[in-house]
Ligand binder design. Sequence first.
Ligand SMILES: C[S@@+](CC[C@H](N)C(=O)[O-])C[C@H]1O[C@@H](n2cnc3c(N)ncnc32)[C@H](O)[C@@H]1O
Length: 268
Amino acid sequence: MDRPIYVHGYSEKEAERLGDQARTLLGLLHSDTQYPAMSWVLEAGCGTGAQTMILARNNPGARITSVDISPESLRRAESRIRREGIKNVTFCVGDLFALPFPPRIFDHVFLCFVLEHLPDPDKALAALRPLIRPGGSITVIEGDHGSAYFHPESSFAHSAIRCLIDLQKKAGGNALIGRELYPLLERAGYVNVQVSPRMVYADASRPELVDGFIRQTFTAMIEGVREEAVSGGLISREEWERGISDLYRTCEPDGVFCYTFFKATGTV
Ligand SMILES: C[S@@+](CC[C@H](N)C(=O)[O-])C[C@H]1O[C@@H](n2cnc3c(N)ncnc32)[C@H](O)[C@@H]1O
């Protein structure tokens, strides 16, 4: 049976949300993830394959191995990739802390939105390092919910966001991990560590981001913990509904929304 590893869950709706997120943020997060032809790439924590599609399409000559601890997510990822006729990805169920690969087998490792759900991200990065050949690289992409700010300002919206941060912490994760990528990679022994903050800025002149990011990605993610937040006593139902409605309010013609992702690279 699949373990409930992360706060957003494994529902069909969450799979769709991750897909929307990946498509909306394609250029911002992925345009510079380039792997040479014939290189071996490990994608750790591929989930239902939202990033796998992009990695595989952007790097058609690379040989990608995508792993996840959830067999059900992996099945969805595999059928999605096969449906698209993509041929350069193989899938493997596995725990990224104990993967069944020999040392130094991969040229590159890629992780996106995985560390934020782990109680021990240090150990995860340290466990992946021996799999990378000398001179090879790791790329890590994470968000940071503390980076969300918007107009009109709303303390209710911030309280709703805070509920997800607190619930994720209770589940052993860290929704504020983006700002920690530099020290995490350094501590895990990677060198040449570079962090590139990627801000999503959405206003009415960018309707695709208003819909794809504010509505379908960020607010949908916060809304996903409604029942847990309210029944767990983190917030009253009235305050919660006001917070969500104020997040949607930022989609109006005079609204503005900012959020920062962090993309880190390091070498071995
Ligand atoms: C938020 S999802 C991100 C999925 C994908 N990277 C994306 O961006 O769409 C986090 C994924 O990490 C996986 N995961 C969590 N712990 C793991 C572990 N120890 N080993 C492998 N995968 C793990 C979960 O099963 C889940 O699919």
